[in-house]
Design a protein. Structure first.
Length: 244
């Protein structure tokens, strides 16, 4: 399994889910370009560039066939990998994914790019949660520490401009996702204040959609046990269908 995080995050976004998922199969989380411990050169910062990086990781790690799990921007990247290389992807789980509609909370995007003080960062991170009180001091300090690294500000600004120019999502993957040959499921928090749950509801007639109550844009953190259960059940059903 390969886990792909969203805008401004890193591998730590999976801290509550990866250990449980890894008890059943090899599970790898990566830092996208411009994020975490990865290089801060993001090129144009667009979807194709970041998708190239994930494909390169699959090759380097010799992951010939994977279950892809992507959150937010990482969901769109995972969907692009699945569209480009369907023979490499056994299933696709999209958590609060970008690419399913034009709306995006630009207060979060702009606020995250611009935040340099503790209070600013705490307010922005609070938008991610159903309960903003869950934003810890350690989480705020980690974000500020990351943002002080050389090259981070310009990398985030490039990505934000490429993906969310004019306060809208520039990428529409609905047609490509509908055409995917592998099983796809969506997981969303009902109280998502970054990407509206309506994006998931709009495709519920042809894709399985799991909407979790009392969860915001980070259901894999706020409802980690439920998300792990949904992923395991989904992958189990995929394996049964192909007889593995």
């Amino acid at each position: 399994m390969l886990l792909v995080h969203g805008f401004g995050a890193d591998v730590n976004t999976w801290m509550f889910t990866q250990p449980a998922l890894a008890t059943r199969r090899r599970t790898v989380a990566l830092d996208l370009p411009g994020h975490g411990g990865s290089a801060k050169d993001v090129g144009a910062g667009d979807a194709e560039n970041l998708t190239d990086a994930v494909e390169g990781a699959l090759e380097t790690l010799d992951m010939k066939r994977v279950h892809l799990v992507g959150h937010s921007m990482g969901g769109a990247i995972a969907a692009l990998v699945a569209s480009r290389r369907p023979e490499r992807v056994a299933s696709l789980t999209l958590i609060a994914s970008a690419g399913l509609g034009p709306e995006i909370n630009t207060s979060f995007i702009d606020g995250f790019v611009g935040a340099s003080r503790r209070r600013e960062a705490a307010e922005v991170l609070g938008l991610l949660m159903h309960d903003p009180a869950l934003v810890s001091r350690a989480m705020v300090e980690d974000v500020l520490r990351y943002k002080r690294l050389d090259g981070v500000s310009s990398a985030l600004a490039k990505i934000a401009e490429a993906w969310f120019a004019g306060g809208r999502q520039s990428l529409d993957l609905r047609g490509r996702i509908a055409a995917l040959v592998m099983p796809v499921q969506l997981v969303w928090g009902r109280e998502d204040r970054i990407i509206p749950v309506a994006h998931a509801e709009a495709v519920a007639n042809h894709l399985p959609v799991r909407i979790l109550d009392a969860a915001g844009h980070l259901p894999h953190m706020e409802k980690a046990g439920e998300v792990v259960r949904l992923i395991d059940q989904f992958i189990g059903s995929v394996s049964e269908r192909v007889g593995t």
